[in-house]
Design a protein around this ligand. Structure first.
Ligand code: TRP
Length: 443
């Protein structure tokens, strides 16, 4: 990791694909439909899109720039840019958030692997809506199975990090992301042709003011952070790998567009199917897992499409877990560098994997931990991290003047820079505070 500054992605597309690979994951395909379903569909969608514009864009740029300027990961970046240790709590928050997310993320990735195996063996063909629900409960009730399938992606992620951070991710994402998009488009086509699908489209796209509550706003903001991988320093690391001439704004826009398209597509696939098959949109975390197998039955090549889809879903999840685990691994390496017992990358990967497996087991045995860690990370920890980074760049770095992290690409006019700083200094921190306090019922 010491030669981090010399490691860059081999191309601009490579970085965009890796960052999009981090962003596009279970957050888009699993979490977005179920959270939207629980929060009234259209109302959630509108608030979510507003959050992406208000928080997503400036914060994504901010994280990329912190990384690009410092050439460091979340551990060393704040120190390198501010020249003192007063911002070190942000690094610790990033690392803790990564752990909390990984605990439940690996459990859900495990479900994906479980369904991939069942797709290959054709175990789900022809089951009714009730049977699919019951099947999900069967999976849940077997702790051994959940732990086994959860450990598998931990080992895969550790394997990728063991060798190299970028070449693998870069090559994988370049091919697989487009493939995932094409398959999802096909599925949307099939679903929209089914009888009764229009009710789902109405649910997803019609804004119902009655559904609009503080809770919806908080969950939409949390989902925006989670889906774009912002608020915990994952993209600082990728920013550090950014080739010199790469434009931060253009890159951020591309990542956001890709991430939003996948989330919208997931909604367009899931909700019409939910209504056509008679599922409940507010089903909860199992929503996509019970609805998807029913959709594949309607496709021309059910076996092939289900195998392909779950394989791509597993890969999308792994490109996300890679960026999550990298935060902790880089943290351990940088934190121990130059100390009495410096740890190398592989030792850090081992330590992280053991800790993550322990967390995963806890999430499986104590369902409250699972539910709680999802909510707390998205609605409290990531907003706090984002708040910290906005204040850091908007107020602290700005004072340093020349060294300040601002978009300094030539084509950005002065007003764009001012606007960005204004949003970062005032709008983002205030909005985050209000939304979190309001959502928690403090206000
Ligand atoms: N964005 C990913 C998803 O939507 C999850 C994720 C990966 C993430 N890395 C992250 C979330 C870093 C927050 C921070 O599935």
């Amino acid at each position: 990791m010491s030669d981090r500054k010399n490691t860059t992605f081999s191309s601009k597309v490579g970085l965009i694909m890796a960052a999009a690979g981090s962003a596009v994951g279970l957050g888009n395909i699993w979490k977005f439909p179920y959270i939207a379903g629980e929060n009234g569909g259209g109302a959630f969608l509108v608030v979510y899109l507003l959050c992406v514009l208000l928080f997503g864009m400036p914060l994504l740029m901010t994280e990329f720039m912190i990384g690009k300027r410092s050439g460091k990961s979340a551990y060393g970046a704040f120190h390198a840019l501010s020249g003192n240790n007063r911002w070190q709590w942000l690094s610790w928050l990033c690392m803790l958030t990564a752990f909390v997310i990984m605990g439940f993320y690996f459990v859900v990735t495990g479900w994906c692997f479980n369904y991939l195996v069942e797709a290959v063996t054709n175990a789900l063909g022809g089951l009714s809506a009730q049977e699919l629900n019951a099947h999900f409960d069967t999976i849940q009730s077997s702790n051994i199975r959940m732990i086994g399938f959860g450990i598998l992606p931990v080992l895969l992620t550790a394997g990728v990090l063991w060798f190299d951070v970028n070449t693998g991710i870069e090559r994988l994402s370049k091919v697989l992301m487009p493939l995932l998009l094409i398959l999802m488009l096909l599925m949307a086509g099939v679903v929209l042709m089914m009888d009764g699908s229009s009710a789902g489209m109405r649910f997803f796209f019609r804004f119902d003011f009655a559904q609009f509550t503080p809770r919806v706003v908080m969950e939409a903001m949390g989902q925006c952070f989670f889906s774009l991988s912002i608020g915990m320093g994952a993209l600082i690391t990728y920013g550090a790998y950014m080739p010199k001439g790469q434009n931060v704004i253009a890159t951020s826009v591309q990542v956001i567009v890709l991430d939003t398209i996948v989330a919208l597509l997931a909604g367009v696939i899931i909700f019409p199917a939910v209504f056509a098959f008679g599922f409940d949109p507010a089903e909860g975390p199992e929503l996509v897992f019970v609805v998807l197998p029913a959709i594949f039955e309607k496709m021309t090549l059910p076996w092939l499409s289900s195998v392909l889809f779950f394989a791509l879903l597993c890969i999308a999840a792994i490109t996300s877990t890679i960026s999550l685990m990298e935060v902790v691994v880089a943290f351990i390496c940088e934190a121990t560098a130059g100390k009495k017992h410096p740890l190398n990358r592989r030792q850090a990967v081992l330590i992280t994997s053991v800790l993550v497996i322990a967390l995963l087991v806890t999430c499986v045995f104590v369902p409250e931990v699972f539910n709680y860690s999802d909510l707390v990370s998205a609605c409290v920890m990531m907003p706090l991290g984002a708040l910290g980074m906005a204040v850091f760049v908007g107020w602290r770095l700005h004072k340093i003047g020349k060294k300040s992290v601002q978009p300094n690409e030539k084509w950005i006019k002065r007003w764009a820079r001012m606007f960005y700083l204004f949003v970062l200094r005032f709008i983002v921190p205030l909005a985050i505070l209000l939304i979190v306090l309001n959502g928690l019922g403090v206000l």
